[in-house]
Ligand binder design. Structure first.
Ligand code: ATP
Ligand code: MG
Ligand code: MG
Length: 350
């Protein structure tokens, strides 16, 4: 079978490798860190940094197509890979989503709603941004933030100095605080033939900036559900996207507001492993490999719960529970705030 090159060896790369193996593909992981979770299930692992362009070249030469579970691939690394093999999703999706400022400008350009935003590079910039946007607001690093890291909330203009210090000189963006009723996400897929398929939107609850649970079905009206799916399709088509994307949304009285997009499989799509015939991981592999998209229709109500840090103490109980599918990532060390696994619970009526 063909070999899929995977940039990043975390739990997403691991579950993508498992889905790929089921379709007869082999996976080769490229990952800077030692002992990546995906390495336990993939055929081969290259351990090297993204600045090791020779290692990237050798990796590209032994695979047929390249994809990733990690969107912060440096431009120089992309140049090397792209010259040798097709990479899906493509460069435009990466460029747009690696920087919160370009991401929001792109979304606005499509006519979609975002939080009010302004770039912040220094104290004067923050003052101007606060004058335009007001408080409450959130200052976020433009690049490399995840799980709520690199974010500071400002409740009053007096918080400016402290918030700016937390950015440590990194380019930032100030976002107005969105008064949402709840958060949902659309896991959307687009094939090489341009077909788009969306999984049913999930409702997300975060704890300490980290996704805690995703519940399907989400609390959405029929019109909101349609809107969510159509706006995701618009994003994918505009990027000529190939693969799975996570689109995070705030639900407000003024409609759906796009929080951010992730050009990869997404934690809030893990419920699809239990709720659909074809899950987000297989859907992504299908798209990357040039297969037709599969049937992602939801056939069950599911609550996905992340197992973070000491949640691992509950594994024996979850393993014995009815209607729970347990997924553990094989990480050697349990640490506070670290995603160790997840549990998908089927919710049966009555
Ligand atoms: P992820 O792990 O999803 O990539 P992240 O670090 O990129 O997280 P965001 O998704 O930007 O962070 O923010 C994390 C959470 O903080 C959001 O899901 C939401 O609950 C809250 N949040 C972020 N931006 C805003 C905003 N402008 N208004 C209100 N709440 C917000
Ligand atoms: Mg993010
Ligand atoms: Mg997010």
């Amino acid at each position: 079978g063909a070999v899929i090159g995977m940039l990043g060896g975390g739990q997403l790369g691991r579950m993508l490798s498992m889905a790929a193996a089921r379709l007869g593909f082999r996976c080769h992981i490229f990952e800077p860190g030692a002992a990546p979770p995906a390495g336990q299930v993939a055929e081969a692992v290259t351990t090297a940094g993204y600045d090791d362009l020779d290692a990237l070249r050798r990796f590209a030469e032994v695979v047929d197509v390249i994809t990733y579970e990690f969107e912060n691939i440096p431009t120089a690394a992309l140049d090397v890979l792209e010259a040798l093999r097709p990479i899906h999703p493509g460069r435009r999706a990466l460029a747009v989503s690696q920087d919160r400022l370009t991401e929001k400008e792109f979304l606005r350009g499509l006519g979609l709603q975002t939080a009010p935003f302004a770039p912040v590079d220094d104290a004067a910039g923050l003052e101007a941004a606060l004058a335009a946007i007001g408080t409450p607001a959130i200052l976020k690093t433009r690049r490399l933030g995840y799980d709520g890291k690199g974010q500071t909330r400002l409740t009053a203009p007096g918080d400016a100095a402290e918030a700016l210090a937390a950015m440590a000189g990194a380019p930032a963006i100030l976002e107005g605080f969105v008064e949402f009723s709840h958060e949902v996400s659309v896991i959307a897929a687009r094939g090489q033939d341009g077909a788009v398929a969306c999984f049913d939107p999930g409702e997300n609850v975060h704890r300490d900036g980290i996704l805690a649970t995703t519940t399907v079905p989400a609390r959405l009206s029929h019109a909101q559900r349609t809107d969510a799916v159509l706006l995701a399709g618009r994003i994918l088509n505009a990027l000529d996207y190939v693969g799975v994307m996570g689109v995070e949304l705030f639900v407000t009285r003024g409609g759906l507001i796009v929080n951010e997009i992730a050009p990869r499989v997404h934690n809030s799509g893990h419920w699809t492993q239990t709720g659909c015939v074809i899950d987000q991981f297989e859907q992504h592999i299908r798209a990357v490999a040039g297969w037709p998209l599969g049937d992602g229709q939801r056939h069950a109500d599911v609550v996905m719960e992340n197992l973070i840090g000491s949640d691992m103490d509950r594994v024996p109980e979850l393993a014995a529970a009815r209607d729970v599918a347990l997924h553990l990532y094989g990480k050697a060390e349990t640490r506070a705030g670290r995603k160790m696994g997840h549990a998908n619970r089927i919710m049966r009526p009555g």
